[in-house]
Design a protein around this ligand. Structure first.
Ligand SMILES: Cc1cc2nc3c(=O)[nH]c(=O)nc-3n(C[C@H](O)[C@H](O)[C@H](O)COP(=O)(O)O)c2cc1C
Length: 337
């Protein structure tokens, strides 16, 4: 029997980093990969934008993959079949391990155009889009979707069968409806029902925030892999922690202060290489919350880290935190007083 795409990529029972706009850039993906993510995904790339522009735009930058982060998927979104088909051809030139179709984005301006979760309004069209892309490219095509548009239109089992029939190689299911957005309880009970109906891998997504949730997801649903989004922003170590918990039943110690700061430094430097100094330094601010979690005085540290505008300044602050955290903070408090 042919191996599933997850087996081929060494990610059966794996932990996947979800695509997240403005978060899963090349540097965050690499950090999560180092901590044990089995497959990482780019943030979604706008098919229309990709097709229209000839220059190396932001959309194209989002698709650049490094060898170290593979296996990696590039995700595209759009409501127009022709653009999606043309975009898939462009994506193929980057040779990702997977092309993923976004059929789950709930944001109004996306869904209104029939893209993302908007595709759930017209399942035959979504399936035709998937088939067109499967036929067009020589790469494995996967789909990430939701259980349905709203509680009254949950057709995920039927959809899963249709997508499998046209050659989609794995299905990620965010176990919420479009109406729920990112809130409310995800309903994982759909996963076993979908698995019963199809033989391609089913990847569970939604509500996996802790290593314990990863264990529950596998135990309760029998899913083939787990995809983590916000749980990885809050704690990129979740992959390592969940893997140890799955393998041994015990959790590793949370990362120590030194490791947290050293990881933040690595993340920052990678981001500067890719995005340029100013953008990287400013965008890094949203990640410091995770890196400083559980650290005493972290609020003051975070405030201090919101100030640097150059790499040198940011490195300086992080080094100071690393080597002189106590004295540094006291000094700062005195200066501020
Ligand atoms: C900041 C942010 C950006 C997101 N961007 C994308 C995206 O580009 N593509 C996508 O398929 N889903 C995107 N999502 C949805 C997540 O991939 C995931 O389906 C959702 O957050 C549920 O998983 P969680 O409960 O583990 O967070 C995004 C979510 C967040 C929080």
């Amino acid at each position: 029997m042919m191996k599933s795409i997850l087996e081929q990529l060494g990610a059966q029972q794996g932990l996947l980093l979800a695509p997240m706009e403005d978060v899963t850039d090349i540097s965050f993906r690499q950090i999560c990969k180092e901590f044990g993510a089995d497959i990482v995904y780019t943030e979604f790339v706008n098919a229309d934008g990709l097709v229209r522009s000839k220059k190396p735009t932001k959309s194209r930058m989002k698709m650049i993959l490094r060898e170290e982060e593979r296996p990696a998927g590039i995700q595209i979104y759009g409501g127009n079949l022709d653009s999606m088909q043309a975009a898939a051809t462009i994506v193929e030139t980057e040779q990702p391990d997977i092309i993923d179709i976004n059929a789950g984005c709930w944001v109004k301006k996306v869904a209104k155009r029939g893209a993302g979760a908007g595709l759930l309004r017209d399942l035959p069209y979504m399936v035709r889009m998937a088939k067109t892309i499967v036929d067009q490219v020589d790469l494995p095509v996967t789909v990430k979707t939701r259980i349905g548009w709203d509680d009254d239109s949950i057709q995920i089992v039927e959809l899963a069968k249709m997508l499998e029939d046209v050659g989609v190689r794995a299905l990620t299911v965010h176990c919420r409806t479009r109406q729920q957005g990112h809130s409310g309880d995800p309903d994982w009970t759909w996963i076993p029902r979908i698995r019963e109906a199809i033989s391609i891998p089913v990847i569970l997504n939604g509500g996996v925030m802790t290593p314990q949730d990863v264990v529950s997801a596998f135990d309760e649903t029998g899913c083939d892999a787990v995809m983590i989004a916000r749980g990885a922003i809050a704690n990129p170590w979740i992959f390592r922690e969940a893997k140890q918990l799955l393998a041994t039943g015990t959790l590793p110690e949370p990362p120590e202060f030194r490791e947290r700061i050293e990881t933040a430094l690595r993340h920052l430097r990678l981001a500067v290489q890719i995005k340029g100094e100013r953008r990287a330094v400013l965008e890094m601010r949203k990640h410091y919350i995770a890196y400083l979690k559980y650290v005493p005085n972290s609020r003051q540290m975070r405030n201090i880290l919101m100030k640097p505008e150059t790499l040198a300044e940011a490195e300086d602050v992080l080094h100071s935190l690393l080597y002189y955290s106590e004295e540094f903070l006291q000094e700062h408090e005195m200066q501020a007083a």
